[in-house]
Design a protein around this ligand. Structure first.
Ligand SMILES: [Mg+2]
Length: 322
């Protein structure tokens, strides 16, 4: 584990550094508070820091406050080095966000115990962070293809639509359905079917732009959101995905098969308020058209404007007979 030590006293710094190295820690050294702060704000900064309280430029306490203000993740465990005379100020140190303290000159056993407690907290937090990351992945990704799942891609489309509305830009929506997918499952088994789904997603993903998004919408259906794309560019991108998908056979465990897909696209044009539902319905319609016209093709359908809100006519008042 990496530890940062910051101390302006050369003697104390060297002693601390030698001790920590002897215990197997990797040590990063700062000679004053400003340098410590700079080192602690870098990427992959140590998650454990020992800061001398009294330092020129910036005190250990001020470094502590600055670090806590940023609420950095992962957490930095901070041990303050204090002189005996500062003991009564410790509450102030804890208020500034220090986790623990040790008095100078430090006792080796005491330091070892304090560091062990710090390490335990840092390790626990790392476990928590990775568990949270796994949960986030589970909640937003499709477990088979690792693309976005249905609810996430739907939300993403809604977000893109409101952004496009603000920025007056179009959004392309493409619905993809693998052709004759049932026969892959029937003839080669479900594992082969799963492999085909993963490889199809991978091939499509490899052709879209960085800011496009692809999600698994249903069994063998994918929804692709293309921010900023009008009809022509939506068609071009769908065509690129179609070609990439069908250009070479997909090899399964025993044999290789040709996989194609049909694509239905529509575009939310600027100047109107579109709902995700109406766009998906229109893209679906275009997809069925592509299926009817022979599969392995792209069809784009323009979406009609949503009907203007009905005006409820007020009953006319009878002219009063004069
Ligand atoms: Mg000092």
């Amino acid at each position: 584990m990496k530890i940062l030590i910051a101390d302006d006293s050369v003697v104390s710094r060297h002693l601390l550094e030698a001790t920590l190295k002897k215990w197997g820690y990797a040590v990063v050294v700062a000679c004053d508070g400003l340098e410590a702060l700079e080192l602690m704000q870098r990427e992959n900064a140590p998650n454990l820091a020992i800061l001398d309280w009294m330092m020129p430029g910036m005190t250990g306490l001020e470094v502590c406050e600055r670090i806590r203000q940023r609420a950095r993740e992962p957490y930095t465990y901070i041990l303050l080095l204090t002189s005996k005379s500062q003991k009564e100020d410790l509450i102030e140190g804890m208020d500034a966000g220090a986790d623990d303290y040790i008095t100078k000159p430090f006792d080796q056993h005491e330091l070892q115990v304090r560091l062990r407690a710090g390490r335990r907290l840092v390790d626990l937090q790392a476990e928590l962070l990775s568990a949270r990351e796994a949960l986030r992945e589970q909640a937003t990704k499709d477990s088979l293809t690792h693309q976005w799942n249905r609810s996430y891609i739907f939300d993403l489309l809604c977000r893109e639509l409101s952004r496009a509305e603000r920025e007056c830009k179009p959004v392309g929506v493409v619905m993809v359905d693998l052709d004759h997918f049932k026969s892959v499952n029937d003839n080669h088994g479900h594992f082969a079917g799963d492999a085909v789904l993963c490889e199809s997603a991978r091939r499509m993903q490899s052709t879209i732009r960085q800011y496009d998004a692809i999600g698994r919408y249903g069994g063998e259906e994918f929804l692709v959101v293309l921010p900023g794309c009008d009809e022509q560019s939506s068609f071009n991108l769908a065509e690129r995905m179609r070609k990439q998908l069908s250009q070479s056979q997909m090899s399964l465990t025993e044999n290789a098969i040709n996989v194609t897909a049909s694509f239905g696209a529509t575009v939310a044009v600027p100047g109107q308020v579109w709902t995700a539902e109406s766009l998906i319905r229109k893209a679906d319609e275009a997809l069925y058209l592509a299926k009817r016209l022979g599969r392995n093709r792209v069809e784009v359908l323009p979406i009609e404007s949503p009907p203007a809100p009905a005006i409820v006519s007020q009953p006319e008042t009878e002219p009063v007979a004069q």
